[in-house]
Design a protein around this ligand. Structure first.
Ligand code: URA
Length: 445
């Protein structure tokens, strides 16, 4: 007979759990025979004692198997099933372009994404900013969209890795989220339930990242790649910069607009492009759609320049219930904020010469939350129209009338509050910082 407290005691005392103990504990989470107190105690024991590779893999698979696992074999897709997970950040709009790019190159991307909480934005909230777009379609429509558009970006369903939902909710209120084994199992259980052939991980590091410290981000990337590969899904990770917002916009409707501009070629920010094309190329390599990085990069850029990636995005949006002409007339469909005004260096009260040397990216994310574009609590409703655009970059020279950001607010007091937060987040000095590479490291098994 399985006794949860014996498994908790074993882990508390620094022993390894057997596969059976882990599997039975996870079954108990799903079936509610393990109490919230026991989940909390086990999470804390794992937090302090850690887990070896085998334990992490068993926990991942047990959580994956707690619910439905998508199976694409019967659909005869004719290409690899691929996805990306990002640990999140500010202005991380990559998924909106990456999925369509990979689809245009012959991959299939059934991307299950999450909502934002705290300073980081959530992909799902961005799609909720598109009128009519169904982020919770039924299974038939989801599969049909993957088959026809090659990409469908939707929300988590209760059927996918339900053990993680209960486990995570308890970790969230017991200060046990920050455990590499638990994060590894939580992220991978959901991604592996998508029935993937290949997975790329974008593990961010820097002032706006979930894992701000480089060493921690590297440890997470190594843990994720080794566990995912050990359970049979070809996986690699890129460690990427989140020391400033990735895109020049942060918010929901404003990030959708930015993604459209990127896909149509109207505007393609350099840092965002570096990360997007690198992740897309990795996905093509993982899926066997390219033999070399150079070939993969060529395919990615052709998907963009030919307009095929933009077409995939448009098809995904219309198939999932969004407007047919979103790419042609985004302003007609995306909500516009009531008070839209730039903030200059002089208005911000900053030094009127020099260079931007650092941006507190977490604070920028919190400015979006203060505007109403992000959540303090999971139950908060969002204002999709608000956000930031034209965000200044690290390294930019400053003059009195340089625009730091354009703030999209609901009213003047919201604008003023966001202006004060952004002003405080920017560090200026006389010396221009050296340009940096966005990709710090590539991690394979
Ligand atoms: N994201 C997840 O999905 N799970 C974690 O544990 C942490 C971040």
């Amino acid at each position: 007979m399985f006794i949860a407290q014996e498994a908790i005691r074993a882990k508390r005392d620094g022993n390894s759990l057997t596969d059976q103990q882990i599997q039975q504990f996870v079954s108990g989470i799903t079936e509610q025979s393990v109490s919230e107190g026991q989940i909390a105690a086990m999470a804390m024991a794992i937090y302090f004692q850690g887990m070896e590779e085998r334990e992490k893999a068993t926990l991942t698979l047990a959580m994956r198997d707690s619910g439905e696992i998508l199976n694409w074999q019967s659909m005869d897709l004719g290409g690899p099933v691929l996805d990306k997970h990002s640990t999140g950040g500010v202005g991380d709009v990559v998924s909106l372009m990456l999925g369509p790019i990979v689809a245009a190159c012959g991959g299939y991307v059934p991307m299950i994404s999450g909502r934002g909480l705290g300073h980081t934005g959530g992909t799902l909230d961005k799609f909720d900013a598109i009128p009519g777009y169904q982020t919770a379609p039924d299974n038939t429509l989801f599969r049909h969209t993957v088959k026809t558009a090659g990409v469908a970006i939707i929300g988590q369903t209760g059927q996918l890795a339900p053990a993680d939902q209960r486990f995570y909710a308890t970790r969230d209120i017991t200060a046990t989220v920050e455990s590499i084994p638990l994060i590894t199992a939580s992220i991978l259980a959901k991604k592996l339930a998508e029935g993937l052939d290949g997975l790329i991980l974008d593990v961010k590091t820097g002032s706006g990242a979930f894992m701000a410290q480089y060493a921690q981000a590297l440890e997470l990337a190594q843990s994720l790649t080794s566990v995912a590969n050990s359970v049979g899904v070809r996986t690699a990770a890129l460690l990427t910069d989140m020391n400033e917002p990735l895109a020049s916009a942060a918010g929901n409707a404003v990030e959708v607009q930015l993604a459209i501009d990127y896909l149509t070629g109207a505007h393609r920010g350099e840092r965002l492009h570096q990360v997007t094309e690198a992740l897309a190329a990795e996905m093509l390599l993982l899926g066997g759609l390219a033999d070399s990085r150079q070939q993969a990069l060529g395919l990615v850029n052709k998907a963009l320049s030919s307009g095929q990636a933009a077409e995939r995005f448009a098809l995904m949006v219309s198939t999932l219930g969004g407007p047919d002409d979103l790419l042609e007339k985004p302003q007609q469909h995306l909500a516009q904020a009531k008070r839209v005004k730039p903030l200059t260096v002089k208005e911000a009260g900053l030094a009127t010469s020099g260079f931007v040397t650092a941006i507190d990216t977490r604070a920028i994310g919190m400015a979006v939350v203060a505007l109403g574009g992000g959540r303090r609590m999971a139950t908060d409703a969002l204002n999709y129209a608000v956000g930031l655009t034209d965000l200044i970059e690290v390294g930019s020279p400053l003059h009195a009338d340089t625009c730091l950001v354009t703030i999209h607010a609901d009213n003047e007091s919201g604008w003023q509050q966001a202006a004060a937060m952004v002003s405080k987040a920017i560090t200026i000095s006389e010396e221009q910082p050296a340009a940096k590479d966005m990709i710090y490291q590539r991690i394979t098994e």
